[in-house]
Design a protein around this ligand. Sequence first.
Ligand SMILES: Nc1ncnc2c1ncn2[C@@H]1O[C@H](COP(=O)(O)OP(=O)(O)OP(=O)(O)O)[C@@H](O)[C@H]1O
Ligand SMILES: [Mg+2]
Length: 371
Amino acid sequence: MKKNSQDNSQSLFQPTFGNRPEQYIGRDGVIEKFMAGLKEPVGSRDRCTLFLGQRGMGKTALLLELSDRAQKAGYVVARVTAHEGMSQAIIEQLQLNGSKYFDNEKRKMTGMTVGALGFTFGLTFSEAAERQYGFRSKMSLLCDKLAEKGMGALILIDEVHTSAAMREVAAAYQELVGDRKNVAIAMAGLPHAVSKLLNDSVLTFLNRANREELGLISTNLIRAYYDKAFKSIKVEASDKILDRAALSTRGFPYLMQLIGYYVIQYTPAHGVVTEAIMDKAEKAALGDMDKNVFEPILNPLSDNDKLFLTALARCGETVTTAKLQAELGPQGPAIQPYRKRLIEAGVIESPRRGELVFAVPYLTEYLLKIC
Ligand SMILES: Nc1ncnc2c1ncn2[C@@H]1O[C@H](COP(=O)(O)OP(=O)(O)OP(=O)(O)O)[C@@H](O)[C@H]1O
Ligand SMILES: [Mg+2]
């Protein structure tokens, strides 16, 4: 049987973490807000944005999308994952990605330095600048140099968490803004990693950053995308099948990629998606969710945490604390310490006072299955 994987269908859905999807769906609002911020005066709130979302909600994919759009809008982009050496990595990325705009600047004579400006040629620092200057001064020089070409610098930091390096970048950003340098920053992280980070006094500036929560995406948009994607490779899917495929994602972006991917894998080239194919695709997709989302979330937790979560799962998707206490019984553990720890671990959320929900769709089913 000829598989769809032999044509361009392979690139339509790529269920791997950290990749750039064929089309980034359902986040137009946050993307446009950030892009509009880049046109605002230096220091405006939307030029410093923190994106928060659970695993698989599309944080890395969003930074990739912003990187692409910002480059088209006249920004040189440094995209890094938070780590101890990130300030150096930011400088190197800006030099590397910005160098093409300085191609026509001929290499200056060997040994000659343009001391005052701190560069030898293009975006390469003079030896003295390289040796003597720290992150902030180098950023300042780079921003000035980019400004000569009417360009700005955008720093993208993924998997943000508290660290000395993060403090250095945050402090430098504030100073650069104070000096009116054309710099902007977007960070992404898990909600609990960032809530810890926000308690760090050195990083209080992040409290003033624009915050965007990346939640589930609209299943209507997912349905429309499936429709378009399947048609583009001449795979036929009825309205009923499209409804089923979209609803079964429950708006979770990673699952949208998985289900789309397996539907195409299991459907013959130019064939029809049947209910049986959907059964198989959903099963395979949820198997990947087990391995790549649920196990990593639950593995670090204690047995008691898991018992608590299972009690929560037995109560349904959205649970009041009163109902949960009843499920745990009068002799059961106190809810508060578990609640706090599991919210910090990104397993549950409390959208309203006295209410708990699982942070990722299908986690309820998974817990009920394994316990
Ligand atoms: N809005 C979206 N539209 C289409 N695909 C998306 C969207 N968001 C995420 N994806 C896809 O879902 C998968 C997971 O996304 P991504 O790796 O960006 O998640 P993440 O939030 O960075 O997860 P983690 O916290 O584990 O790093 C990727 O395959 C990505 O391409
Ligand atoms: Mg990521």
